[in-house]
Design a protein around this ligand. Structure first.
Ligand code: F6P
Length: 540
């Protein structure tokens, strides 16, 4: 880890930096500045405040921002040494300081000839070997060479995992359905609610089902409980414990736990501790994606992320897409007090993208203690939510347009569709254009015919992201864009975006409650409410 003096800034020091103070002063000047006026004053605003790389275009002109705003925000990024931290992350330095780990999801999609070292070892040969193992296995399943225990080809794949071991592969399989093998149906079981597993098991046949147990730690309670249920169901149906070898594979860092569970190490696809759960779809955790879309397409998915990595590493901060998005997020979160952030894909295949991003963003930057262990005195990660358009328009957009909270939005759309039914795509895109326009322009009292209910304040910010089409490459770019956006914000806020201690306490308390439930402990450790609810659930 670098001992750059910038790392030693305490939380309070951030808001006392000249760059922060300059932004605070500028924020006051921006009071009353309307985007409508900014557009009227400068006919080149769109051209100046948009940026593209092949296949992806970002319009950030509909923001409460001027060129001066962006200059000051970029100054802040430089003063926080975003570029230095970025290079340290890519080179394998242990920037996840609370867990003493490197953060190397980028190595998983790095050019094959790269040399990225962790503890003296170049990690690329291991990554290449694992990719090759994934290629051989997924191809043999897809062509029917890898069969189930009775010799029948695999028809259904059930991915059992939760958090990053579910959200990434599930989102990507849904997003890339036009590329999916027609002879393989993908299922995802994450919840420890038995309903989730039961409903999937109703749809699949033991002889033709492959279970993919996805868990970095292989100790996650929900995943292990669900995997045990699936194993018992399979063995019960096929009447021979040896069937597990043909119907279960594991994606994990924990070979010992995998073999203890009864899965042969030959059927385990490994990755390393320097891949965070919510950044793991590029690793062996992506096996279900590769099964569904084929290895060549999976490689294109990695290549797309690599293209965004290259952009992030080389583009000047002023034209750097993840940096711009991150800085606008900081602008609204810290200088305008906006708490929420909506991601609105106008692309049905991206229907799980907001859920995926919730973990990526909120588990990464939902922190209130900085890298130095100091309670921060500024806001950090926003509350992220979203749904595909146009559905959301008929649900929560009312609040985005006329509510008392201002919620910056990312609108995402694809120029091409795989399903050109009538004029539907044009209709969809017209809405994709109309919503940001309405948010920005608003409607004055005079325009509303004097009716205050019909007034839209306007001046509500949004970014529009356009993909040429949704395919493995562009999905890879899009995900990597948000990963890096989250990274940049974490650096500015001086928090560690790569741990997740906040999920620990609930796990510990659930264990304690189970002990009380089973009579191993008395109720003295429970508060009155928890004890009362437990008593009702037990029917006491
Ligand atoms: O929710 C906490 C968490 O650790 C996530 O970060 C992770 O993606 C998820 O649990 C699943 O963990 P694992 O892959 O080890 O089962």
């Amino acid at each position: 880890m670098s001992n750059s003096p910038k790392m030693l800034l305490s939380s309070t020091a951030l808001i006392q930096t000249p760059e922060w103070k300059a932004l605070s002063a500028h924020r006051a000047e921006m009071d009353g500045v309307s985007m409508r006026d900014l557009f009227t004053r400068d006919s080149h605003r769109f051209g100046k405040m948009s940026v593209g790389i092949p296949g992806l275009f970002v319009d950030y002109s509909k923001h409460r921002a001027t060129e001066e705003t962006l200059r000051l925000l970029t100054n802040l990024a430089r003063s926080r040494d975003v570029e230095g931290w970025r290079d340290r992350m890519f080179s394998g330095e242990k920037i996840n300081t609370t867990e003493g780990r490197a953060v190397l999801h980028t190595a998983l999609r790095a050019p094959k000839e790269a040399n990225i070292r962790v503890d003296g070892e170049n990690v690329m040969p291991f990554i290449r070997e694992t990719l090759e193992k994934i290629r051989v296995f997924t191809e043999s399943v897809r062509v029917g060479e890898w069969t189930g225990f009775t010799g029948a080809p695999i028809r259904d794949v059930v991915n059992i995992g939760i958090g990053g071991s579910d959200l990434g592969p599930y989102m990507a399989c849904e997003a890339l359905k036009p590329f999916a093998a027609p002879n393989l149906t993908m299922h995802f079981v994450s919840n420890v609610d038995g309903t989730h597993m039961a409903e999937v098991l109703k749809k699949v046949h033991p002889k033709t089902t492959l279970f993919v147990v996805a868990s970095k730690t292989f100790t996650t309670q929900e995943t292990m409980a669900n995997a045990s249920i699936a194993k018992a169901w399979l063995v019960d149906a096929l009447k021979n414990p040896a069937c597990v070898a043909r119907h279960f594979v594991a994606l994990s860092t924990n070979a010992k736990a995998v073999t203890e569970f009864g899965i042969d190490e030959a059927n385990m696809f490994p990755f390393r501790e320097w891949v965070g759960g919510r950044y793991s779809v590029w690793s062996a955790i992506g096996l279900s994606v590769a099964l569904s879309i084929g290895f060549d397409n999976f490689q294109k998915f990695l290549d797309g992320a690599q293209a965004m990595d290259a952009h992030f590493r080389t583009a000047p901060l002023e034209q750097n897409i993840p940096v711009i998005l991150a800085l606008l997020g900081v602008w609204y979160r810290n200088f305008w007090g906006m708490e929420s952030y909506a991601v609105l894909p106008y692309e049905q295949y991206l229907h799980r993208f907001p859920a995926y991003l919730q973990q990526c963003d909120m588990e990464s930057n939902g922190k209130s203690v900085d890298r130095d262990g100091v309670r921060v005195d500024y806001a950090t990660g926003p509350i992220l939510f979203g749904e595909p358009g146009t559905n959301g328009q008929h649900a929560f957009y009312q609040l985005i347009h006329q509510g008392t909270s201002v919620i910056p939005c990312d609108f995402i759309a694809c120029r091409e569709t795989y399903n050109p039914l009538g004029d539907l795509h044009k209709l969809l895109l017209a809405n994709f254009l109309a919503q940001p326009q309405a948010l920005m322009q608003g409607r004055t009292l005079a325009e509303a015919g004097g009716n205050p209910q019909k007034v839209f304040e306007g001046n509500r910010p949004s970014t529009s992201i356009l993909l040429d089409r949704l395919d493995p490459f562009s999905l890879g770019m899009l995900i990597a864009l948000y990963e890096h956006k989250v990274f940049v914000q974490g650096i500015i806020w001086n928090i560690n975006s790569y741990d997740q201690w906040g999920v620990e306490l609930g796990k510990v308390l659930a264990g304690n409650i189970l002990d009380v439930w089973d009579g191993k402990k008395d109720t003295s450790s429970l508060d009155g409410s928890t004890a009362g609810l437990l008593a009702r659930l037990r029917g006491a």
